[in-house]
Design a protein around this ligand. Sequence first.
Ligand SMILES: [Fe+2]
Length: 324
Amino acid sequence: MADHTDALGRISATTSLEEIYPVLASLHATPGWHKKRPSLWREPRTEFTPRHWSYEVCRAAIDQAGQWISTELAERRNTLLFNPVGDNDYDTVRTLVAAYQMIKPGEYARAHRHSPNAMRLVLDAGPGCYTVVDGVELPMQSGDFLLTPGWCWHSHYNEEGAGANAYWIDFLDVPLVHLLEPMFFEEHPQGYQPVDSRAAEHDWYFPAARTGPQLAAQPEHGGLRRLVLDTQAHIPTVEISYLGLAPGRNVEFPADTASRILAVTQGQGVARVGDLDIAWKRGDVIAVPSWTGFSLSADGQGQMLEVSDKPVLEKLGLFRAQRR
Ligand SMILES: [Fe+2]
């Protein structure tokens, strides 16, 4: 109460606008006409930048580091792909993060769960690599895509006799959870998660053997086929699509308000994202920030996985696309 009386006294004692500003600042208030930064602007102007990461290079780095870091030590042996914005060292785009992860034969990445949703795109794995989600063991073979909905226990392992390291890309909506702040996380009390069932077919599992033919059966428009995966009931924050690129065609994607991450699942080619020219090949990751137009062109048949936050923007009435 004393503070307020004091503030009233200081305000009534001011003799000019200039004298009111420090008094308001001491109260953690600022007049709208005197704020340091604009709060509204004509159209989206993200600080996030178009980016490209090479699987070949990141895989070499993670292999090299793998000599010294075990899953015992790291829990997850992964390499986060961050956008160099301010002091950010985590977010790939505003709402999503991608990371390359590797697990050696005989290793087990311990079980934990968290409120953010996670997805995996398997790049290279032989038989014997699995993710366990809430007790359901799902295969991880090259080209497969798997869901780990928020708050489901999950762990990964590569059998002793697997013979080869397994590599995949993780996608998570952790940056969105950071923005909204409902983060919860816990480690499994036993560290290891019991397997209750094994599934070759499951709502959380999209094997390449199924999605490949499904994509090929989609209609082609301007050199592009699109297969939207049926995932909304399990992960409502992202839309996941496979993009099929016809050989030699340049496919234009006008800017829209969604942020997205692309991962190359097949082929090679070039892309232009905003002002960035990219030569891409299998396993590479591309960051497309909000309101950034892009184009994709494949030399032969090309295929990419797109993870976008479009459903969040749509649910909030904030999705908008630039007219062609
Ligand atoms: Fe996790």
